[in-house]
Design a protein around this ligand. Structure first.
Ligand code: GTP
Ligand code: MG
Length: 242
């Protein structure tokens, strides 16, 4: 007799330990969602935008942040939360640009969670209207499931990874507000079809914008900056109509 549905037990069954694991995962996500909502409220009360960068290891997240923060120096008040399993190498790269950064080491865990982000946020002295960029742990799987309280999710994909990644990691791309194809200075050397990649990303999220850029050559950066400015303007409008 099946303990889950009461049938005579003819269908394949989940082992009790699997069921228990699923229950624990559900509980963890529910707790995370409560912290994410608290972060969102905290940020909204202060008029702060938080952007969550997600991508595979080495896709160019820190390089894009360094380029962006250097180019926009003096225009935006920014801070960065860096997520890595070990080391504070990325936080040091950000601090070298004169931007405050908090490094969160996740140890065995493969993603940041909303509780960790909440603690990191209060370490900064953020003025109203500031921007917080999160660099999540390099991984196209686990970070997708964890809401951090961010305003926008930006998913990066470098041309060396292949244009099929949106189809292979649908959960990540399904919830992306923006897809950034990085390292396009390397396009002449790899088989990467930008149109096909865009089409794959839009199969999962039809309205998603896809920008192609290179933090190394600077090509394509203007569209990314325009996207950030449009977000800042939306914010101003919502403050003035509130
Ligand atoms: N050619 C080229 N290389 C780049 C570009 N952006 C980053 N890289 C290189 O790609 C490698 C990884 O870059 P990072 O910015 O450290 O990547 P990441 O996503 O932050 O990596 P993790 O934090 O380890 O997940 C480095 O060797 C960078 O120099 C780019 O636009 N063009
Ligand atoms: Mg990095």
């Amino acid at each position: 007799m099946c303990e889950s549905c009461g049938c005579s037990g003819e269908h394949p069954h989940l082992h009790q330990s699997t069921l228990r694991r699923l229950q624990v995962e559900e509980n963890l996500l529910a707790v995370n969602d409560r912290y994410a909502q608290a972060n969102r409220k905290w940020l909204a009360e202060r008029g702060i935008q938080m952007i969550n960068f997600m991508a595979s290891p080495g896709a160019g997240k820190t390089s894009l942040l360094v380029k962006t923060l250097t180019d926009l120096a003096g225009q935006l008040s920014c801070a960065v939360i860096e997520g890595d399993q070990q080391t504070s190498l990325d936080a040091e790269r950000i601090r070298a640009c004169g931007i405050p950064a908090v490094q969160v080491n996740t140890g065995k865990s493969c993603h940041l969670d909303a509780h960790q982000v909440g603690h990191a946020l209060v370490e900064f002295d953020l003025p109203t209207g500031a921007w917080v960029f999160i660099e999540n742990v390099g991984n196209l799987v686990c970070p997708a499931g964890f809401d951090l309280g961010e305003s926008k999710r930006v998913v990066l994909l470098s041309v060396t990874e292949g244009d099929d990644k949106p189809l292979k990691y649908p959960y990540m791309f399904h919830r992306a507000d923006l897809v950034l194809v990085t390292k396009i200075d390397l396009l002449p050397y790899v088989d990467f079809d930008l149109e096909r990649c865009t089409e794959h990303a839009r199969r999962l999220r039809p309205e998603v914008e896809v920008f192609a850029l290179s933090a190394k050559s600077g090509e394509g950066m203007a569209a990314w900056y325009a996207w950030l400015r449009a977000l800042a303007l939306q914010d101003l409008k919502s403050v003035s109509t509130a």
